[in-house]
Design a binder for this molecule. Sequence first.
Ligand SMILES: NC(=O)c1ccc[n+]([C@@H]2O[C@H](COP(=O)([O-])OP(=O)(O)OC[C@H]3O[C@@H](n4cnc5c(N)ncnc54)[C@H](O)[C@@H]3O)[C@@H](O)[C@H]2O)c1
Length: 662
Amino acid sequence: MNTKIELGAIWPDMPRFQEGIRRAPDRGYTLDNEKTVTALKNALRYLPAELHEKAAPEFLEELRTRGRIYAYRWRPEGDLKAKPIDEYKGKCLAGKAFQVMIDNNLSFDVALYPYELVTYGETGQVAQNWLQYRLIKKYLEELTEEQTLVVESGHPLGLFPSRPDAPRVIITNAMMVGMFDNLHDWHEAMQLGVANYGQMTAGGWMYIGPQGIVHGTFNTILNAGRMKLGVPEDGDLRGHIFVSSGLGGMSGAQPKAAEIAGAAAIIAEVDESRIKTRMDQGWVSARTENIEEAFSLAQKAMDERKPLSIAYHGNVVDLLEYAVAHNKKIELLSDQTSCHAVYEGGYCPVGLTFEQRTELLHNDPARFHQLVDESLRRHFEAIKALVARGTYFFDYGNSFMKAIYDAGVKEISRNGVDEKDGFIWPSYVEDIMGPMLFDYGYGPFRWVCLSGKHEDLIKTDKAAMECIDPNRRGQDRDNYNWIRDAEKNALVVGTQARILYQDAMGRLKIALRFNEMVRNGEVGPIMLGRDHHDVSGTDSPFRETSNIKDGSNVMADMAVQCFAGNCARGMSLVALHNGGGVGIGKAINGGFGMVCDGSQRVDEILKKAMLWDVMGGVARRSWARNENAMSTVREWNETQGVNGFVITEPNIADEDLIRGLL
Ligand SMILES: NC(=O)c1ccc[n+]([C@@H]2O[C@H](COP(=O)([O-])OP(=O)(O)OC[C@H]3O[C@@H](n4cnc5c(N)ncnc54)[C@H](O)[C@@H]3O)[C@@H](O)[C@H]2O)c1
């Protein structure tokens, strides 16, 4: 038994930075001398004293030039592509399984900035630095069924005595105390090396490449078409156009989802390398630097009723201003630049190339800030003009409208004064995902075949399809079609993983079926999980909970309870984060990972935890008087109440009665 787990006195060679691999921009060094001393002492805690003299100047240089300490020297050389689970060392299956998940989050194919441990969403990191990565790996190799590894903002606090039915890993990221929960204090804490921005599945080790978001994006734009363009229930988006921006981690799902839904899509992207990545993967079909050509290619596809995704290499503001000036038709419009971090490089101001943006951010952050604000104001004006002509614009959960508000456009707030009542245009959750999916319990269930075998994935696709009754609801038919066509749509990037929207019972049924398949030796072990962007996992007033209208959208009880309930019921991994998607202070989100080893023990955990994980959120949505959630809970109480699963239902007051009193 090891009594101490540590990095030891190794001094690795500085790894090579491979050409063509994207690098994160400078995050901005702002610490004074006193705090710089603290930051360096903090990083050196991971190393024995004999290495401090050599390591300290290197860390200082990283802090000054990159705005944080990554400890690049401790990054293993080359690509960290996930291997089959059997090739990892470990004393329990979960310990090996999480190494698969972490490496996948950091591999060249999957990660946005692999050298900076950023998986997606401009700033979403697995851990803060490579010292933490190495130490986490060591702990996972030692972890047993009688222990729980605690990870706080990327720092492995240690292995603590536990039991087989408890989580093997508990993760929290950037859980700042209320009065310090703001961008200024976050930026300082990040430089000090005490806070990690985990986004959702980056710091929760559950990212499965852009496929994870393709299904949600497909659901969103298809349902937007049904709602706003009169697309019939059994129809698709052939002959219609969708315009947006971003071909990054999540935004890169847009062209693929649009094609699967049948649309013509133009996606603006300033970074040539991201266009190349998506084209190499076959996720984008055409590219151009010419706006007129982008629109004429889209028109031709619409005329021929063929799906086509086009990457426009340039700034989205230029694209939209052109559409306004030349009266180009845009039916569905959104934006997926990284507005949760506009001033950290997530949003490229119009007039700057991507390279100029990176340079300016480093050399003159104040000027960069000013240009971002100017660009956002122009962006707003262009969208306003298009909406006036009939375009349906929706915010894609990237804090876009909040960023415009922060850039000084008060007009974008619903009450014209502050952001408390939301904004003038809907968020995709408010109009589409919330009422049509989350309120019923449908959310982004996912799994990873840990064997790394593609044949396992095909078997699980088939098994999942057999669990769905396509005639139950429209949503079930969409999900059935999705999984039926998943293999044909070649969605896998990284590990052999699948996303499939399901409700509470659907998820449980599939989970139990998979565990049975593992038990029977039909497939290797499977990791179950979900995006944190789900029914219960996230409290975020501008996004996941934007269709909560009883005033509780400012509360984060649901996300915290979801996390705690999953811990109590024994999910293998539980995670809780500050800020995912929309940025620090604007959301609390959590997720889980569950390793199916084929045991009866796992069956028992699944029966309790999978249902809690979804129904906790449906219950809260019902209590907020959301109609579809109320009917789901009513049906639930009628069918599941006998099993001791009873949910409080709201009584509905007569609004006229109350108004009459005022
Ligand atoms: N897809 C979803 O369902 C979903 C859900 C929630 C949140 N989001 C949010 O969407 C945003 C994007 O996520 P991501 O992982 O793709 O981030 P990302 O940073 O990987 O990608 C954003 C892309 O936008 C490009 N870009 C920035 N400014 C631009 C401009 N003015 N014109 C054209 N391109 C520009 C960047 O070069 C980058 O490639 C984030 O804020 C994320 O939180 C997405």
